[in-house]
Design a binder for this molecule. Sequence first.
Ligand code: HEM
Length: 290
Amino acid sequence: MSRQTAGSSSSGKDVIDVVEDFAYPLPVTVICRLLGVPHADVPEIRGWTDEIIASVDLTPGSDEEGRRATGLEARQAMGAYLGDLADKRRDDPADDMLSALVHDSGPDGPLTKTELMATATLLLIAGHETTVNLITNGVLTLLRRPAAFRQLREHPELMPGAVEELLRYEPPVHLLPQRTPLADVEVSDVTIPRGVPLILVLASGNRDPRRFDHPDRFDPARQDNQHFGFGSGVHNCFGAPLARLEAQLALRAALPRIEGFQLTEDPPPYRRSPILRGPRHLRIERVSGP
Ligand code: HEM
């Protein structure tokens, strides 16, 4: 860590926290700009987001009640903040999603204030949290695998497929905790009865050996890669095209800059969540190169 430098514009830093310096700023800036949320408020948004994410952690212990209460407060605070911003767009619309949400009359009429606050909160959180993890998981996976790193440096056209492979191999959303079948469902000779609470482990399906050859191998050139990284069915991720684009651009831009870097610790420290998987920090240091 002591080798951290202010860095000249040509050489950059010798030690980087990929989360803080790269993976977090891009998606949060993009979603704030799309929604029409001032970038100056990002620190507050980050605080609320962390508390909301911590409150949906299913792991027992560590003050569950307290986390739930703090998460609820954070959700209300973020909703109220976004509701106020949307109110301002009522009389003074701008070219952003909050203005569109506030002025859209939709087939079922305009959104109520509560619906608007919930929708904006979902878009703001879902719109950056998971993409940060996808970019970070990408850097981590590639620094662990020099051959795949080289393959992508030499063949940048493989990047869209490599991002799909990352979504399969290291999905930012590991499981969906609250699903209830509306009818009995037959899966592999097992009947899942109507009404039982289900947890869908997307990450497990992504490594199903009956579906994927060598499922534990990260292969940037993998073909026939229909993964569950964005879920499936009617609730399939609404932001998937944006997330794909951000991850492809970010990783393509990162690779030449982090050539000659290595991880300072492996595994890195992770966020405490069985649902959303991604490092809290990912520190890398220059060992060779410019
Ligand atoms: C790598 C980034 C992302 C990942 C891994 C991801 C993953 C997911 C997953 C697994 C679901 C649940 C699908 C299901 O229930 O079957 C979901 C839903 C959703 N995502 Fe994403 N997402 C990402 C980025 C985004 C972005 C950038 C946005 C918004 C701009 C977004 C907005 C949403 C919304 C609104 C839903 C709810 C859809 C519904 O219930 O109909 N996501 N996402």
